[in-house]
Design a protein around this ligand. Structure first.
Ligand code: UD1
Ligand code: CA
Length: 474
C-alpha cells in the first residue's frame, strides 16, 4: 500500500492505573523521551497520510507532549465510553470520508516496536489481502494479556481478554501484541457492532476481530519472534525491563559502530545520543538527551552528560554536565559540575570541584581547582587561580564578568560582577576584584601583612604551638 493509503492511530487515552503515578503512563520517560515519543517516531517513519493520537486521561498534558514531539499529529478526544475499541472508533470517524486505505493501530504503551517490524506487518497485510492483520507473540508468562484463539487447523478465531477467559483459554501462551492493521471499511463496520458487554464493561478493539470474521473478512495473526518489540509497559517493573532491554540494544549498536563500552551493565545511552568511532565510555557513563561525542573522546567513569557536545579527544571524568560544549582536546573533571551554557574551548580545562554556568571559557584557558564561574566570558590561554569565585549575583540580579586572554587570576579571588579584567593582566592572591583591571596591570587589594612577633608565647602559652615555637628559639 502507498503512504497515502495508510493512517496510523495511536492509543493514548487510558489512565495507566497500574503505574500508580500522577504522570500519565505514556509520558513516562524511556531512553530520553516519553513512551509515546517512541511510538510517534515509528509512526512518522512510515510516512502515513494521517497520524491520529487518541487522548482522554490528563488530556492537556498528553496532547501537549504529543504535539511537541510531532506537531503534525492529529489529536482526537475519547469520550466517556471506555475501551480500546471506542478509542479507535473515534479516530476512524476523524479520518476524512474519502480516506479508503488501511489503519495501523499502535498502542502508546508499546514503545519498542520499530519501523521495520511495522513495515513487515503492513507488507504481510497487503500480500494476503487481509481485512485485519495483527501481531501476536509467544510468551512464557501471558498474564494480563489478551490470548489468541485458533481453530484446530491453526486458523485465527478470535482474541479473548484475560479477565474474560476460561481456565483453558488462560493456558494459551500466544498473546495479542496490541498492534493491528485494518482495512478501514471493515474496521468501521466492525466497530459499530461491538459492545461493552464484558468483564471490564469496555468496548474492546479485540472484539472487532470476531466481527470481521463473522462477515467473512480474512484475518491473520502473525507471531513476531522478537517479543521485546511488542512488550507493553503497564507497570514500573515492565517500564524498567523495557528500558534496560532498549539500552542493551542501543549499546550493542554503538559497539558495532566502533565505540568502546567497557561496562554495558552500568552505561546508559539515550536513543538520540550520537557517538563517533573510537569514543570510549568507561563504567557509570550516562550519555543522555541529544548528546554528541566526537571521535577519540574518553568519557567516565561515573559521568552524566545531558544534551552536551564533546569534541574530539576530550577527556571527561566524574562529571555532571548539561547543555554544555566541551571543546576538542579539553579536560574536564574529576568532580566537575557544568551547568547549561558552559562552553569550554579547545584544549581548555575545567578541573576538580569546579562549577560553571553560562560561561564561555576560551581556547587553552583553565579553571583547574575549586571554583565557581557563572555568567562569564574568559578569553584564550587564561588561568583562573584555585578557589576563585565569580560573584555574579547581587541578591537581585545576575551580572556578567569578562576576563581577557593571557590573564593570570590569583588564587582565591572573588570577581564581583559586573567587572572586566583586560587582556594580559594579573591579580594577586586573595584579591576581591570590584573595579575593572586595565590591560598589563597587577591588581591587589589584600591589606599588607603585619607579623606580631612573640604573639603565640604571650597569648597561647603552654600549647603545642607555643612549644614548637620555643624549640625554634622564638
Ligand atoms: C491490550 C489488549 C490486549 C493486548 C495488550 C497488549 C484490548 C482490549 N486489549 O490490553 O489484548 O494483549 O493490549 O499490550 O485492547 N487506551 C485508550 N482508551 C481506552 C483504553 C486504553 O486509548 O479506553 C489505550 C491505553 O492508553 C494504552 C492502550 O490503549 O496505550 C492499551 O490499553 P491498556 O489498558 O494498556 O490495554 P491492555 O490491558 O494492555
Ligand atoms: Ca497495555
Amino acid at each position: 500500500m502507498s503512504n497515502s493509503q495508510l493512517a496510523v492511530v495511536i492509543l493514548a487515552a487510558g489512565q495507566g492505573t497500574r503505574m500508580r503515578s500522577s504522570l500519565p503512563k505514556v509520558l513516562h520517560p524511556l531512553a530520553g523521551m516519553p513512551l509515546i515519543g517512541h511510538v510517534l517516531d515509528t509512526a512518522a517513519q512510515l510516512n502515513p497520510a494521517h497520524i491520529i493520537a487518541v487522548v482522554r486521561h490528563d488530556r492537556e498534558r498528553v496532547a501537549a507532549a504529543i504535539l511537541e514531539h510531532l506537531p503534525s499529529a492529529m489529536i482526537v478526544d475519547q469520550d466517556e465510553v471506555p475501551g480500546t475499541g471506542r478509542a479507535v472508533e473515534l479516530a476512524v470517524l476523524a479520518l476524512p470520508a474519502e480516506f479508503m486505505g488501511h489503519v495501523l493501530v499502535l498502542s502508546g504503551d508499546v514503545p519498542l516496536l520499530d519501523e521495520s517490524a511495522a513495515r513487515e506487518l503492513l507488507a504481510a497485510h497487503t500480500r494476503e489481502g487481509n481485512a485485519l492483520t495483527l501481531l501476536s507473540t509467544i510468551v512464557s508468562d501471558p498474564s494480563g494479556l489478551g490470548r489468541i484463539l485458533r481453530s484446530e487447523t491453526g486458523g485465527f478465531v478470535g482474541i479473548v481478554e484475560q479477565k474474560d477467559a476460561t481456565p483453558e483459554q488462560l493456558a494459551i501462551n500466544e498473546t495479542n501484541a496490541g498492534v493491528y492493521v485494518f482495512e478501514r471499511d471493515a474496521l468501521a463496520r466492525a466497530l459499530t457492532r461491538i459492545s461493552t458487554n464484558n468483564a471490564q464493561q469496555e468496548k474492546y478493539l479485540t472484539d472487532a476481530a470476531s466481527e470481521i470474521l463473522a462477515e467473512g473478512g480474512r484475518i491473520d495473526a502473525v507471531a513476531i519472534a522478537d517479543h521485546w518489540l511488542v512488550a507493553g509497559v503497564n507497570d514500573r517493573a515492565q517500564l524498567s525491563a523495557a528500558a534496560s532491554e532498549l539500552n542493551s540494544r542501543i549499546i550493542r549498536s554503538w559497539q558495532m559502530a566502533g565505540v568502546t563500552i567497557q561496562d554495558p551493565a552500568t552505561t546508559w545511552i539515550d536513543k538520540n545520543a550520537q557517538l563517533a568511532e573510537d569514543v570510549t565510555l568507561l563504567p557509570g557513563s550516562q550519555i543522555l538527551g541529544a548528546t554528541v561525542v566526537e571521535s577519540g573522546a574518553i568519557i567516565g567513569p561515573d559521568t552524566t552528560l545531558i544534551s552536551c557536545e564533546v569534541g574530539a579527544d576530550a577527556r571527561v571524568r566524574r562529571t555532571d554536565a548539561e547543555l554544555s560544549v566541551i571543546g576538542a582536546g579539553a579536560v574536564v573533571g574529576p568532580f566537575s559540575y557544568l551547568r547549561p551554557g558552559t562552553i569550554l574551548g579547545t584544549n581548555g580545562k575545567i578541573g576538580a570541584y569546579v562549577e560553571t554556568k553560562n560561561a564561555q571559557i576560551g581556547e587553552g584557558s583553565k579553571v583547574p581547582h575549586l571554583s565557581y564561574v557563572g555568567d562569564a566570558t574568559i578569553g584564550e590561554n587564561t588561568n583562573i587561580g584555585a578557589g576563585t569565585i565569580v560573584a555574579n549575583y547581587d541578591g537581585v540580579k545576575k551580572h556578567h564578568t569578562t576576563v581577557g586572554s593571557h590573564v593570570r587570576v590569583g588564587s582565591k579571588n572573588v570577581l564581583v560582577a559586573p567587572v572586566t579584567i583586560a587582556d594580559g593582566s594579573y591579580t594577586g592572591a586573595g584579591t576581591v576584584v570590584r573595579k575593572d583591571v586595565p590591560s598589563g596591570s597587577l591588581a591587589v587589594n589584600v591589606a599588607p601583612q603585619r607579623n606580631l612577633e612573640g604573639w603565640v608565647a604571650q597569648n597561647r602559652p603552654n600549647t603545642e604551638t607555643a612549644r614548637a615555637a620555643e624549640k625554634n628559639g622564638d
